[in-house]
Design a protein around this ligand. Structure first.
Ligand SMILES: [Fe+2]
Ligand SMILES: [Fe+2]
Length: 195
């Protein structure tokens, strides 16, 4: 194929390395594992950010687990089941984030010391069933806000981390919606203005 024809087939503005260059670059710096020269984020900063996400997820596992056990009252069975389901999903997020930290060459921080201050969301026990639901809704909204910002921050510099966070965010939005619906059902009034 003439070089002019090949050039016109490429998307405008895209830079693509040839196979020989890709192969040669992959043989260098093997100690970096999955982090290759085309990784344009700051890997140390990514790991630090993901430690905060990890702490947030751990706190969510603990809070939902505690609530699923402590929730009591005549109408608590369905709520307890929802709390337990969320606890299991938060645990899945926790593992995903810890594995990503490991892939990037970091050590996931599971140290209970300082956990509450590393986390974006808070560990709140809640006074009663409605209070527990409300605290979980607040925590989910914090997580959604935090992850939305991070998704924009990572952009195309670390697409794997971004895609992982997009998946987790989708799940947190469902959690927030579940907690909102439970709050409406148990408080007996809509939380949000209808118009
Ligand atoms: Fe989560
Ligand atoms: Fe969640």
């Amino acid at each position: 194929m003439p070089s002019s024809a090949r050039k016109s087939a490429e998307p405008s503005g895209a830079f693509l390395s040839d196979v020989k260059t890709l192969r040669a670059r992959a043989r260098q710096r093997l100690g970096d594992g999955a982090v290759t020269p085309a990784y344009t984020a700051d890997v140390r900063k990514t790991i630090d950010i993901l430690q905060t996400v990890l702490a947030t997820e751990i706190v969510c596992v603990l809070r939902y687990t505690m609530h699923s056990i402590a929730a009591s009252g005549i109408s608590s069975e369905a709520v307890r089941a929802e709390f337990a389901e969320h606890a299991a999903e938060e645990q899945r997020h926790m593992t995903e984030v810890a594995e990503r930290i490991n892939q990037l060459g970091g050590k996931p921080d599971f140290n209970p010391q300082g956990l509450a201050s590393r986390s974006a969301s808070e560990y709140k026990e809640g006074e009663d069933l409605v209070d527990m639901i409300r605290e979980n809704l607040i925590a989910e909204r914090i997580a959604c806000e935090h992850y939305r910002e991070l998704i924009r921050y990572f952009g195309n510099d670390d697409t794997t981390t971004r895609v992982m966070l997009e998946g987790i965010l989708g799940n947190e939005e469902e959690h927030a919606n579940d907690m909102h619906d439970l709050l409406v059902a148990h408080e007996g009034k809509p939380m949000l203005p209808s118009a």
